[in-house]
Design a protein around this ligand. Sequence first.
Ligand SMILES: Nc1ncnc2c1ncn2[C@@H]1O[C@H](COP(=O)(O)OP(=O)(O)OP(=O)(O)O)[C@@H](O)[C@H]1O
Ligand SMILES: [Mg+2]
Length: 476
Amino acid sequence: MITFESVSKTYRDGTTAVADLDLVLPSDQISIVVGPSGCGKTTTLRMINRMIEPTTGTIAWDDRPLKSFRRTTLRRQMGYVIQNGGLFPHRTVLDNICTVPALLGWSRAKSRSRAIDLLKMVGLDRSLAHRFPAQLSGGQQQRVGVARALAADPVLLLMDEPFSAVDPVVRADLQQLVREIQRELGKTIVMITHDIDEAMLMGDRVVIMRVGGRIAQVGTPDEILDRPVDDFVEGFVGKDRGYRALSFAPASGLPVGRVRSVRSAASATSGAPAVVVDAEGRPTGWVDPDHGPAVLPLGATFHPETDSLRAVVDATLSSPLGMAVALQPSGRLAGVVRAEDALAAVRRRRLEVADQHRPEEQAADAEPDDVPVADAEPDTAPAARSDAAGGTRPAEPDATEPRPAEPDAAEPDAAEPDAAGAGAVEPDATPGSTSTAPPADGDDLERQPGRALGPPPADAPEAPAAEPRHAEDGSR
Ligand SMILES: Nc1ncnc2c1ncn2[C@@H]1O[C@H](COP(=O)(O)OP(=O)(O)OP(=O)(O)O)[C@@H](O)[C@H]1O
Ligand SMILES: [Mg+2]
């Protein structure tokens, strides 16, 4: 758990990036910080690994003040990922991933074997191991960036807009990857984004920040969508928040009805509308004899066991006949959900959310019959009611306790080397460095391009542009 207590950061030129910030970022969860440009997100993140020191206030990790940690110790336990992966352009993929293990003195064989395992974990083919970053796509570079940050098995991952430079499809894959990594490895992740949809999709907890590093609202995604605290948050989460809140209600339990299926439009010249299926039973379109012989578009489909109510509503809205087509896991036709049933489930969900937010006294006082909405509920099958209204996202698996930081009070720089605001630039505040531990002076190839370990291949394109320099310039 990271705790900010009355933390402010004023840069030397007088800009107050963060003012009086009180914030708790729990362990073993994904916390997403989202807010407009310049509101202080990066400053906040970089104070967690002490790339930037607060001007006032205290930040603690599991109740231990960050200032009592040696910086290198801290960063070894905190992986750091930025846009484009921030890879060293003149090192191969493998060497990039091995950066921190090498600094930690791991043997070459052990580092390489770890790097190969990580390549697999982030979904990259081993054949990419010897390429240079410029020979990878943006999404692949970003995966290498994640692998590199994970190399020394850090407890915490700090991610600063890691996916903002990739297209939406690649972005969705990367979002999925990070969620899987969090579940499987039980990491604590603090991630920054501009994108409220990404925040809502990925966050267990979302922190909405306004300019000046002030917190506008902190909560679970559905709390924020359902109860924005003010106009700023409401404006930030967008006009379609009612629709997006449906992402947190499961589709399971909705009544999936039977529907006629045909192999071709010609087989349905009369009677009720039918779903046209291929030889494997997978739906391909609709045919409505009242509308003529043409095959109509299928619209969006959904998987009842895994999709959300939002997917069902989307499927009904995109269906030419107002019926959402449900698929079996194999992709075969499972049946249909009618628009009326989907809307009834939406209504139940809204009522349930309203109940959850009733003040406690009111909830305790109210007899079941006192709840005015209860009588007005449509008569629906009990299974459908409880399930459709039921849940939030699946519980996270048990995660491991964060590793206690090693006591390092005896380490030489544990005693505030920069408390006087000397304005020293941290070794890995340098753009492009995503390592979990600061490279030793002179090891940062971006700062010392002349000291590259090896030349890029003759055909290597220009190295990707580095992130604009964002150097700490000292506390006032
Ligand atoms: N080294 C610096 N010196 C002076 N001001 C700075 C420095 N770094 C950041 N700032 C200012 O502090 C404020 C917060 O910056 P920060 O980088 O934390 O914002 P951000 O929320 O990450 O923005 P973005 O979404 O654009 O990345 C901005 O006004 C910025 O101009
Ligand atoms: Mg930023």
